[in-house]
Design a protein around this ligand. Structure first.
Ligand code: ZN
Length: 370
């Protein structure tokens, strides 16, 4: 969830170039026999390694100022001297090259992320073992990832992959039960067709400071399996909020048009507050139907009963028994400068969601009331 910047468009020519190099490996990691609707989940080795190095490089930098020393070394305490050398040199490269870049807006980081996702089934990235596995990444990055790979595979990947798959198992029944209806509803609200292809979701141990983010062209979601904000029924809201980034152009354009016509400055991130509000309101009745967590009526949300699933976070358990609390409320987003947005969304956007006013009138009223 990027809170303070518009979505980034990836340069088409570069994307096309990297797409042509792709081995088209799109493994479905969910164990259910029938494919899930709407989303396609992946737990990929290279992308998880990349995000782990990125996160540790950033933590290491801040730990030199005294913070997060434990988090930096977590899971990496028993390295042999050779492993430690390989890992530290990878961290040094990431600190120098990528730690200052934003995963969610840097074109370079987005292209690397997409490419590592596409090559997830490859044993290497240089194409040495298999020609089609030449990912076309910068040579130093390829070499760094390949030398850090055995260390990651031994010490962290089993745990990360297990957590990713647990998260996928927990969220899959929610997507199966509610995904199509939610996608139709959101497409109708945003007056934009839902993407025809299933949306790729890369599940990772770390997925930016916000716990999830989305990149466009192609539309892809990255979500952290272990972030407390993404657990239980709330995971469904996070997924659909993220996916809504891909169909938000019409509402963004309408807001901008109304502002221009009224000669008003464009309210910063109003469109994003609207996305949060809308997903929360669309999910809320599904969750509210489920006052009894054991109920599994169609259209209701309940966490997976899989015993290997992690226990839902406390907020999830309470939201299921006492009414669903949307993400933006739970995380206090409206209290951090969006108070006015909540007011106009409740007053003018909600009637549109209820079918009482049309899209253009709702947007016009919101903008004129700000
Ligand atoms: Zn967002």
């Amino acid at each position: 969830m990027r809170l303070f910047a518009p979505p980034t468009r990836v340069a088409a020519c570069l994307s096309l170039f990297l797409f042509l190099l792709s081995p088209q490996a799109h493994a479905q990691d969910e164990s259910q026999p029938a494919p899930l609707p709407v989303f396609e989940f992946h737990s990929g080795f290279w992308l998880n390694l990349h995000h782990t190095l990125y996160r540790q490089a950033r933590l290491q930098r801040s730990s030199s100022a005294g913070a997060n020393a434990v988090a930096v070394s977590a899971g990496m305490n028993n390295l042999t001297p050779a492993e430690a050398r390989a890992w530290n040199s990878a961290l040094a490269f990431y600190t120098k090259t990528y730690a200052d870049k934003d995963l969610t807006v840097s074109l370079e980081m987005i292209l690397i992320k997409n490419q590592l996702g596409d090559f997830e089934t490859c044993g290497d990235l240089s194409g040495t073992k298999k020609k089609t596995c030449d990912a076309g990444l910068p040579a130093q990055l390829t070499q760094t990832l390949e030398s850090a790979a055995p260390v990651y595979r031994t010490h962290l990947w089993p745990e990360h992959d297990r957590a990713n798959r647990r998260w996928i198992s927990a969220v899959a029944p929610l997507v199966r039960r509610n995904g199509l209806d939610l996608s139709h509803r959101l497409a109708e609200i945003y007056q934009t067709p839902w993407p025809r292809e299933r949306i790729r979701v890369d599940v990772t141990s770390f997925a930016s400071s916000t716990g999830a983010y989305t990149t466009l062209d192609p539309l892809r979601v990255t979500v952290s399996a272990v972030d407390a904000r993404n657990q239980g029924a709330e995971a469904l809201e996070v997924l659909f909020h993220e996916a809504s980034h891909g169909i938000a152009d019409v509402v963004q354009d309408a807001i901008f048009r109304e502002c221009r016509q009224r000669d008003k400055p464009i309210p910063r991130d109003l469109w994003h507050a609207l996305l949060f509000y809308t997903t929360g309101e669309v999910i809320r009745p599904l969750a509210a139907n489920n006052q009894n967590p054991s109920a599994t009526s169609p259209g209701s949300i309940s966490p997976d009963n899989n015993p290997s699933s992690p226990a839902p976070a406390a907020s999830s358990a309470s939201s299921l028994s006492s009414g669903y609390v949307p993400y933006a409320v739970r995380e206090g987003l409206y209290r951090r400068g969006w108070e006015n947005y909540l007011r106009v969304l409740t007053q003018y956007w909600q009637p549109y969601l209820d079918g009482r006013v049309d899209f253009s009138d709702a947007v016009a009223h919101m903008v004129s009331a700000l």
